[in-house]
Ligand binder design. Structure first.
Ligand SMILES: Nc1ncnc2c1ncn2[C@@H]1O[C@H](COP(=O)(O)OP(=O)(O)OP(=O)(O)O)[C@@H](O)[C@H]1O
Ligand SMILES: [Mg+2]
Length: 453
């Protein structure tokens, strides 16, 4: 048996045993007390009847009659006289008990009462009923009831209570053991499943639980397993891509370096190669910087410091930064801000978002096209959209564009200088603001990115 089920069964059984013992003792004592009380009142009643009859018809005949009435069974009677002497008794043996009742002569008892109530130690319980007709005719009617029937009852009760208590305890122990096993089996399976997960084995098989907490836990563990498996796969893919991303420019660098070192090159040719080397180095620097940014975002170690600033001013500032690149490609940037309002965001991060989107619009569009940058307000949210007339994104790949290092056309991006990290960064930044990003795109027609923060 496993530990939890043992513990559960032990706790339940011990607590039930305590409860059961207390209740049974209470019931046991109650039954005995009421039975003894019954005996007392029966004794007192018949004693007082006899005494009344004796008082009303005091004669030898009455005394004989009373003694005869009590001669049978477990009870008995002694009638004493003025000095405590026995006038008559139903059983001679009872007279041997008279010394223990000698205290009756010294203390005067006015009312009927049980004078020896102790059924546990004494062989009889005794009640005394005083009578007095005149100076000479007085004394007690002493009623005796053997303690034996009560003792027998107590023994019987003890036996039955013991039997009932023992049976209930055994049944309960069995039920608790089965129940706790039933409860703990899924827990143990889940523990084994999590151990497998920590060893990197993700194919955990847990039965679908019910709608209770155990069922929910089992669902959560299965989800954890698939998430971990996916993350591990993603991490491996990412590492493979990143080493590829870094090794490609390095190969170029080394190649161009070797070429640039050739002594027969003219100054102009050497400068040309050095320029290429500088470009590639910059690309690598950007790539590493973007990777560092993403790592920080993943670790949540970067903060968003929101503040209020003018929407109009913001897009003007951003546009100023990108206009020269648009001019080079002979492209137009159309700014739309119908009315000015206050944006509540981190200005630097928002600038990073918009610059990345504009950079893509520029990179993935032919010359002589227009890009529209619009900023507007919807309820409390700021909406920024970047629309281009570029090459668009194929529908099959649109879901992947936010993945790190994903590029639709690797070869084309290479010439355009993209590393596939821009949109991953944009998405993290938008989400850090509590916002959303969505894209509509059609191959060959253009793309529309909408950010809501
Ligand atoms: N406006 C767009 N038009 C067409 N394709 C796009 C557009 N924006 C993104 N894409 C596609 O999505 C891919 C991922 O974009 P992302 O910005 O993450 O990377 P990148 O531009 O290639 O590199 P980086 O932004 O890191 O320099 C791009 O390589 C491109 O194929
Ligand atoms: Mg980009």
């Amino acid at each position: 048996m496993n530990k939890i089920s043992k513990k559960l069964a032990a706790y339940f059984t011990v607590s039930f045993l305590v409860l059961e013992t207390v209740l049974m003792m209470y019931l046991h004592q109650n039954i005995i007390h009421s039975r003894v009380d019954e005996e007392y009142s029966r004794l007192l009643m018949s004693g007082s009847n006899h005494r009344n009859v004796l008082k009303d018809h005091y004669s030898d005949e009455t005394i004989t009659h009373i003694v005869l009435m009590e001669a049978e069974g477990n009870s008995g009677v002694i009638i004493t006289g003025k000095n405590g002497e026995v006038i008559r008794s139903s059983d001679e043996e009872l007279e041997n008990l008279m010394p223990s009742l000698s205290f009756l002569q010294n203390s005067t008892i006015q009312n009927d009462r049980v004078v020896i109530p102790d059924w546990e130690d004494a062989p009889y319980i005794v009640s005394a009923h005083p009578y007095k007709l005149d100076e000479n005719r007085s004394g007690y009617v002493l009623m005796f009831q053997s303690s034996e029937p009560i003792e027998r009852l107590v023994k019987k009760l003890n036996f039955h209570f013991g039997l009932a208590g023992g049976t209930i305890t055994i049944i309960l122990f069995v039920i608790y053991t089965i129940l706790s096993k039933f409860l703990t089996r899924p827990l143990i399976r889940m523990k084994e499943a999590t151990e497998k997960l920590s060893e990197g084995k993700f194919n955990v098989s847990l039965p679908a639980g019910g709608n209770d907490e155990l069922g929910e836990l089992s669902v959560a563990i299965r989800k954890l397993a698939t998430d971990l498996e996916r993350m591990k796969k993603e991490r491996n893919e990412f590492l493979a891509s990143i080493s590829h991303e870094l090794s490609t420019p390095l190969t170029y660098l080394i190649g161009y370096l070797k070429v640039a070192m050739r002594p027969e090159l003219t100054e102009e040719e050497r400068n040309h190669y050095l320029m290429i080397i500088a470009d590639e180095s910059n690309r690598m620097k950007d790539l590493v910087k973007n990777l560092m940014d993403l790592a920080k975002m993943d670790e949540m170690t970067f903060t968003v410091s929101k503040m209020n600033f003018s929407a109009q001013q913001f897009i003007k500032d951003v546009a100023r930064l990108v206009i020269p690149s648009f001019d080079v490609k002979n492209m137009k940037l159309h700014l739309i801000c119908k009315e000015d309002f206050q944006v509540d965001a981190d200005p630097l991060r928002l600038e990073q978002i918009v610059l990345n989107l504009l950079d893509n619009a520029l990179k993935y569009s032919e010359g002589n096209t227009t890009v529209r940058l619009e900023i507007s307000k919807e309820k409390k949210r700021t909406i920024i959209s970047v629309e281009d007339e570029g090459i668009g994104i194929p529908a099959a790949q649109i879901d992947m564009i936010y993945e790190k290092l994903f590029r639709v056309e690797k070869s084309r991006s290479r010439t355009l200088g993209g590393s596939g990290l821009g949109l991953a960064i944009v998405k993290e930044l938008v989400e850090a603001h509590g916002g959303t990003i969505e894209v509509k795109s059609e191959s060959g027609k253009g793309s529309l990115f909408t950010v809501r923060i």
